[in-house]
Write a protein that binds this ligand. Structure first.
Ligand SMILES: [Zn+2]
Length: 71
């Protein structure tokens, strides 16, 4: 009874082997750094930020995986 529906869903979702997802990372070279506020333990993805906008504490620069040479 519901077979037609599931078939239709499959075609909507796109079955296996449908398509190679190639997303070009054009922003790979962007100098985006992670900053972590030691106080509220929030992590911000920003280029430049000295202080946490929430509490005003000086944020710490968090090395990304890339910086660590993992990527
Ligand atoms: Zn904070």
């Amino acid at each position: 009874m519901s077979q037609k529906l599931s078939e239709r869903l499959k075609s909507l979702v796109g079955g296996p082997g449908c398509g190679s997802r190639r997303q070009t990372k054009s922003r790979d070279d962007a100098q985006t750094a992670l900053r972590t506020c030691p106080d509220c333990e929030k992590t911000f993805i920003v280029d430049e930020m000295e202080r946490c906008p929430d509490c005003g504490v000086v944020v710490e620069e968090t090395p990304t995986e890339r910086d660590l040479g993992l990527l």
